[in-house]
Design a protein around this ligand. Sequence first.
Ligand SMILES: [Ca+2]
Ligand SMILES: [Ca+2]
Length: 246
Amino acid sequence: MRYPSRSLSWARALSWALGALFSLFITPAGAETLAVEGAKAQPPAWSELQMIGPADVPQPADDGRAWASRFADSGEEWVKLTYAQPIAIQEIRVYENLNPGAISKVIALNDFGEATLWAGEDTTKTSPFVVKAAGVKARQIKIELVTTRVPGWNEIDAVEIIDVQGQSHWAIDAQASSSYAQVSSGGDADGDLFSELVEKQLQVHLVSGTIVGGRLLKIREGFLELDTPSGRRLVARQFIQMIELP
Ligand SMILES: [Ca+2]
Ligand SMILES: [Ca+2]
């Protein structure tokens, strides 16, 4: 069952997205480009991809521009954020737009292994939740939550890293143990069809007339992730007209 506020947020996200033709997700200098192909496409509301880029939920609320787990109070969940390059971290700021306080652990991941930066119970229950890192270098951050600690959905809008120079960094990719988008998108009937195409070279014809050529890396909720000559691209499945296997 959906709450009315959830449908409203989705409508808001969609109307915002209508203005964004071929919107570029994020292009940090010297980093790979992750572009969304197929116009109007936005990641599904409440999917983990909503944590990519700067915080965009303007005030504390249930909002589809944030990640929400599949269930509100099912127990342990995690999210993993990837940044454009390894960062010497001074501070991590986790923007929790709804029911903050369920975070149980913050881990920095790099090529050499992992370091737990913080573990315990968040007694502040305020957003952003801030963890100091004293210069630990990492390209990925894993955040664990115990969602039973705070009733209702414990949503995360974005995760900001402040480096030792005071510069701000936002995630370019995200993963999660589950997401509410799996529920709101009503399952994945095409999943089996697309899974046969993973690692194959494809020519994807979009309804706009654009053709995107590349190797299929991953099937994401509502999107195909392709490795193209100009970088990684997300193609919205709803705008695919035909797929050619050259
Ligand atoms: Ca909860
Ligand atoms: Ca967001």
